[in-house]
Write a protein that binds this ligand. Sequence first.
Ligand SMILES: [Fe+2]
Length: 147
Amino acid sequence: MTSAAQTNIDTLKKALGETFRLYVQTHGYHWNVEGPNFRQLHNVFEEQYRNLWNALDEIAERIRILGAHAPGSVADLMALAGEEAAPAQSADDMTAKLIDAHEALAATLRDGIAAAGEAGDEVSAGLLTDRLEWHEKELWMMKACKR
Ligand SMILES: [Fe+2]
C-alpha cells in the first residue's frame, strides 16, 4: 500500500471515531436537554444522532472496501476520536459544545477529502464531501439559533 493510500485510510478511521463520539454526545443531549426549548432541541438532536448513526456504517464500510479493518470496539473508536467534551451545563452549553465538535469533525473531513484526492480515491472524497456538506448545514442552523 502506498503512503497516500494509508493516509487516506487513517483519515477515514479518524472521521469514523469522531463521528462515533459525536453520535454518543448528541444522543446523550437528546436524553438530557432541559429548558424552554426542550421540544425543539430534543427533536433536532434526534435528527442529528440518526444521521450520524447512519454515517458510521457508510464510513466503516468504505474502510472495508479499501481493504482495511474498521475499528469495531468502543475503545478503538474513542482512541481515534480525540478528547471528550466536558459535561454540558445547559441547553445553550450543549449547542455550543456541539458546534465545537462539528467544527472539529469538519476539519477532519477536509483533511480526508484532500487525502482521498492524493490517493486518487474519488469515492471516498465524494463520501467525505457529502458528510462535510451535512455538518456545514447543521453548523449554520445551530449558529443561527444563538443570534
Ligand atoms: Fe428519543
